[in-house]
Design a protein around this ligand. Structure first.
Ligand code: ADP
Length: 308
């Protein structure tokens, strides 16, 4: 049986004057999935997710939420999706809690339901103690949490977050990650954009790498890493060496005192390789198994680093 699709984007294109921000993106996100759009600044991530909530009007393409076209089912789509945008709202005059009541009203949440929900979210996001503060009194991290709180007020099934941890301190980042994981366990569908590799690797079941307005590849983090053909064992030797033909079946190259060996299963092959060095009476200083990251995948596919 097919999994139910929460979000389906087909051939999304968006141009702003002469900038082609998004160029033919197709994206299918399953109900309950945690999906990350990873890419550098200006790649088209915000434009893509803002199109899902009609904040951006696509030049071409169509978008469905739970299999219903968002233009024909605007109210339905709005009720199902909560978005935490990157830009902080400019409501300077009202306390934080009041802003959440306005948001609840916008989504048609009744006052008694809103109170329970808002108290819960304020608590979850560590904002209860700040609920009477106005925007100008909030730190950057609090403003970001408020953005997320606003997205969650109507308890949407799909949560979209634009760079949820950009510019927040380490502790808050970890708290937010924990909360997002909790929402995911509760069955929410989560789509986030990020240019942080660790965030995508830790949280997302599938990652789509986006560059220059196009989705260049998408898969699970593990499968994406398999795309990169990196040396998988590095042996540092005590002394210079010029030939290690005793390594037999392995592909390798030598540079100074380091031997780079290719293998698909470094952990399994490492003991055999060490034994071969030992039998040849060659002293090993250190052994290293380099870990592939999504940065390597991006570099391999585009020739650039994500955060250059
Ligand atoms: P990302 O979220 O990956 O940083 P964006 O979707 O914000 O990327 O931007 C993609 C491209 O579109 C960039 O070149 C950006 O400058 C441009 N862009 C985004 N929004 C606008 C806008 N409102 N007007 C003009 N150009 C825009």
């Amino acid at each position: 049986m097919n999994k139910k699709l929460a979000i389906e984007i087909t051939n999304l294109n968006k141009s702003y004057d002469d900038v082609e921000a998004v160029r033919g993106i197709d994206l299918k996100i399953n109900k309950g999935e945690f999906y990350g759009l990873l890419g550098p600044n200006g790649a088209g991530k915000s434009t893509t997710i803002n199109s899902i909530t009609s904040l951006v009007k696509p030049s071409k393409g169509n978008i469905k939420i739970f299999e219903k076209d968002i233009e024909e089912n605007f109210r339905f789509a709005r009720s199902k999706v909560g978005i935490a945008q990157q830009e902080v709202s400019q409501d300077w005059f009202f306390p934080l809690e009041q802003l959440l009541y306005f948001q609840a009203g916008f989504y048609g949440v009744t006052r008694p339901n809103a109170k329970e929900r808002i108290d819960y979210i304020l608590d979850k996001l560590g904002l209860s103690a700040h609920k009477n503060k106005k925007m100008r009194e909030l730190s950057g991290g609090m403003k970001r949490r408020l953005q997320i709180a606003k997205a969650l007020v109507h308890d949407p099934e799909i949560i979209i977050l634009d760079e949820p941890t950009a510019g927040v301190d380490v502790e808050l980042r970890h708290d937010l990650w924990t909360y997002l994981q909790e929402l995911h366990r509760d069955g929410k569908t989560i789509l986030l954009t990020t240019h942080y590799i660790d965030e995508a690797e830790l949280l997302c079941e599938r990652v789509g790498i986006i560059d220059n307005g196009k989705l260049i590849v998408e898969d699970s983090v593990d499968n994406l890493k398999k795309l990169v053909n990196k040396s998988s064992i590095v042996i540092h030797l005590k002394n210079d060496i010029y030939d290690i033909n005793f390594l037999g079946g392995f592909d390798y190259h030598i540079s100074e005192k380091k031997v780079y060996i290719q293998t698909e299963s470094p952990n399994l092959d490492l003991p055999k390789i060490i034994l071969k060095f030992s039998e040849a009476s060659i002293n090993i200083e250190d052994v290293h198994i380099p870990q592939t990251s999504l940065e390597d995948v991006f570099l391999d596919l585009t020739g650039r680093k994500i955060n250059d």
